[in-house]
Design a protein around this ligand. Structure first.
Ligand code: AMP
Ligand code: ZN
Ligand code: FE
Ligand code: FE
Length: 301
């Protein structure tokens, strides 16, 4: 079991680990529909995530690891009998031109062969891409082996946050934010774009697995609003309005944009671990519980 980080991973190391509030906002809701575990680039195992969710008083949590549903069975087993509902979820990466879109899938059938096939394909591409980013770093004078990175990801989906942590371990950077901002964020010197997968393709994968598709953290996608009519035609059902990093006015504005486009406004923190990044603590959003039922009803349609 990997333990929680002992400092604020995003910015500067600090002595006392604490959740980092965003603009003083520390509202704790009962529903969090965007959480990661060690099945991808989160710091806590699915079992630890459930323990944290229970102590935070959450009632519904969706496990949405990057490109995999591998953690869902463990999370559901850990939550059995506790009254905490674990929604089986996934976060699939896609691109529209040079614009990155993350699509959340909820209530997906974990045994869907198409979903599992897509997931395996993504894992292969991730290994290749992260390996090539390590080579770039070496050329920049920061040797880093893929094995060092993979030791941090274990059997889970390997991703850039694992590179960032390996860079911290090597002493190349002093925080995850530093690694992204200087080297591995889009357009930075060690960045390698992922192989292009369209949003329509990943929405189709989610729908084939009988799930509902939701656009994650829309404000990170340039001109997201222009894309909504097309995405809706592709089968998009919701928009992540109540997102951990967004302030309350942005969340409310996004919720009304969602309604205007016939989409369900959903919400989640994008929890990766305590102290990962400001605003992203578990339950840091207040999502009206009725939205969970709206999503559930959308599955049935
Ligand atoms: P990957 O799937 O390897 O492309 O890595 C994506 C993950 O890295 C996201 O889930 C975020 O947690 C983190 N991430 C991506 N871009 C950034 C960025 N510009 N700044 C900070 N974190 C980022
Ligand atoms: Zn992540
Ligand atoms: Fe994302
Ligand atoms: Fe995420």
């Amino acid at each position: 079991m990997r333990s929680a980080p002992q400092f604020d991973w995003w910015s500067k190391p600090v002595r006392n680990p604490r959740d980092v509030p965003l603009n003083g906002l520390r509202a704790i809701g009962e529903v969090d529909l965007h959480c990661h575990s060690t099945a991808s680039d989160g710091f806590v195992s699915p079992t630890e995530l459930v323990a944290k969710a229970l102590s935070a008083g959450l009632r519904v949590v969706a496990l949405t690891d990057h490109d995999t549903v591998d953690g869902v069975t463990e999370a559901q087993a850990a939550a059995a009998g506790t009254g905490l509902e674990i929604i089986p979820g996934i976060e699939l990466s896609s691109d529209s031109g040079h614009n990155e879109l993350h699509i959340l899938g909820y209530f997906v059938d974990q045994d869907s062969s198409r979903l599992n096939e897509h997931s395996r394909w993504c894992q292969e591409k991730r290994v290749d891409r992260i390996g090539r980013m390590c080579q770039r770093l070496a050329k920049l004078g920061m040797p880093l082996s893929f094995d060092e990175v993979q030791q941090l990801s274990g059997a889970g989906s390997v991703g850039r946050p694992h590179i960032a942590r390996a860079m911290i371990a090597r002493g190349y950077v002093d925080s995850i934010g530093d690694a992204f901002n200087r080297y591995i964020a889009t357009g930075r010197p060690a960045f390698i774009p992922r192989e292009n997968v369209s949003p329509a393709q990943v929405i189709a994968v989610i729908k084939d697995a009988h799930g509902v598709a939701v656009l994650a953290h829309p404000l990170f996608t340039t001109n997201y609003e222009r894309l909504l009519p097309g995405l809706r035609e592709d089968g998009l059902t919701g928009l992540e309005a109540y997102y951990g990093e967004y302030d309350q006015p942005s969340r409310e504005r996004l919720a009304s944009v969602a309604r205007r486009h016939g989409l369900i406004p959903t919400g989640g923190s994008d929890y990766h671990g305590d102290g990962y990044k400001a605003g992203r603590s578990l339950g840091s959003v207040v999502v009206p519980p009725s939205m969970v039922n709206e999503l559930r009803n959308a599955v049935r349609r």
